[in-house]
Ligand binder design. Structure first.
Ligand code: 13P
Ligand code: SF4
Length: 322
């Protein structure tokens, strides 16, 4: 057997007519597995999960997971984060190719060279990055706590923020701190434009525009509220508006509908003309691959121990901030 061959999910090995949700529940119990899912996963995966959350909540759950196996329904850097925090547990992900444009466009070796221009800077890295980039960082943040993380650094410290330039710019505005920004972006959030959203707002004057800070600054400026996935969900649950234009990945609408069934939820259109915005990486996971990954415990995340230990420090520093 070739142990170096990449794992390819054998979808044909799934018996016809199998009750996938029931089998997934059964395997989860048999494997003593916890199923963590990001808000951008397909509704049927969210409904089977033990915990659904944004990247901060998921890393907090991963840190305290009482299980032998963590089945991570999200993208690769999220499962990798769970492994950094749980080296003794088996961490599996339904599709190993579920990457992220932010993480993939900031390879650790390139980042290491790029950082040489800023030797006296603290490095704040958004959790959407690889274990190698985390290992080069002073502290990690998510979109939920980026402002708090930056404010936790002494005022005189110079800061590099990576890899999302839009989140970095938004944090600069909130904190009044100057930062050097790595030029990365999310391919999903970058597609929203102020021009198209202003036109949509004009069509729906009663609707509030809410946006993720991975959006361009012109979109954030137009928005009534800017926040992480969990903050957007919370805003919709509590705000009295009857309609919302949601400028983030449309997977979040599943939870929003449950919190506000009577509200009109309008997914922000991408500028390209498509009427919904879905992360192609997140959507690589599906029930079939989840079933196979719980059945076969593959594909599994493995990390180099030296790099893992280096990445653990900035991650723990973030988690200690609460
Ligand atoms: P959250 O921190 O809001 O979960 O965002 C993660 C992400 O990938 C957004 O695109
Ligand atoms: Fe990455 Fe963007 Fe997908 Fe989030 S939505 S996982 S930032 S590509």
């Amino acid at each position: 057997m070739d142990l170096t061959a990449p794992y390819v999910p054998d979808l044909e090995s799934i018996p016809a007519g199998l009750d996938l949700p029931a089998e997934i529940r059964r395997l989860k119990a048999e494997r003593r597995a916890v199923l963590l899912a990001h808000y951008y996963q397909e509704p049927e995966i969210q409904d089977l999960a033990d915990f659904v959350g944004d990247s901060l909540q998921l890393s907090q759950q991963a840190a305290k997971a009482d299980a032998d196996v963590i089945a991570f329904c999200g993208v690769h850097f999220m499962a990798e984060t769970a492994k950094i925090l749980n080296p003794a547990k088996r961490v599996v992900i339904p599709d190993m190719d579920a990457g992220c444009s932010l993480a993939d466009r900031c390879p650790a070796d390139y980042f290491e060279q790029w950082l040489k221009q800023y030797p006296d800077h603290d490095v704040v890295s958004y959790i959407n990055c690889s274990v190698g980039v985390k290992a080069l960082s002073t502290v990690i943040c998510t979109s939920s706590n980026a402002v708090r993380v930056v404010e936790s650094l002494p005022k005189e410290r110079k800061i590099v923020f990576a890899p999302d330039r839009h989140l970095g710019k938004w944090v600069m505005k909130q904190t009044g701190r100057d930062m050097v920004l790595f030029p990365g972006f999310c391919i999903v959030h970058e597609q929203f434009t102020a021009k198209r959203l202003a036109a949509l707002k004009a069509q729906h004057p009663e609707a509030k525009l809410i946006a993720h800070p991975e959006c361009d600054a012109t979109v954030s400026q137009l928005a009534d509220f800017v926040g992480s996935t969990a903050a957007l969900l919370n805003y919709v649950a509590k705000d009295s508006a009857k309609a919302f234009i949601v400028a983030t990945e449309a997977g979040i609408l599943h939870q929003m509908r449950q919190r506000r069934p009577e509200a009109e939820l309008i997914p922000a259109p991408a500028d390209s003309g498509c009427n919904c915005s879905l992360c192609p990486y997140m959507k690589l996971n599906n029930l079939e691959k989840l079933y196979l990954c719980l059945r076969d415990l593959k594909p599994e995340i493995h990390l180099d121990e030296t790099v893992r230990l280096k990445a653990l420090k900035p991650l723990e520093r973030m988690l200690a901030l609460g």
